[in-house]
Design a protein around this ligand. Structure first.
Ligand SMILES: [Zn+2]
Length: 95
């Protein structure tokens, strides 16, 4: 999954309140294919129980947890996503 897409997905998870803290540094994240457990370690690293994280070391769930803790980052992503689409140039040419 491209990083952009992953960020968008993580943002979506936060917006839909699918991130729930269940303990000290432990979160339940309800993804599209199941509920995963995201754990934040004392050193700040985050791990997730989903197959994507195990394979690639990153996923939208762990990113979503990170976003819930960084409101500034969340806002800047929000701006990116809700940016009005660029206006296309008119193809019509004047004769
Ligand atoms: Zn995950």
């Amino acid at each position: 999954m491209p990083l952009d897409r992953m960020i968008e997905k993580a943002y979506d998870l936060v917006q839909k309140r699918r991130v729930e803290q269940v303990g000290e540094g432990v979160y339940n994240v309800v993804g599209n294919h199941g509920t995963y457990i995201v754990a934040k370690k004392i050193d700040g690293t985050i791990s997730c129980s989903c197959p994507g994280f195990i394979r690639r070391g990153r996923c939208s769930h762990s990113l979503a947890v990170l976003l819930t803790q960084k409101p500034d980052l969340l806002r800047s992503i929000e701006r990116q996503i809700n940016k009005p689409p660029e206006r296309k140039r008119s193809r019509r040419e004047r004769a």
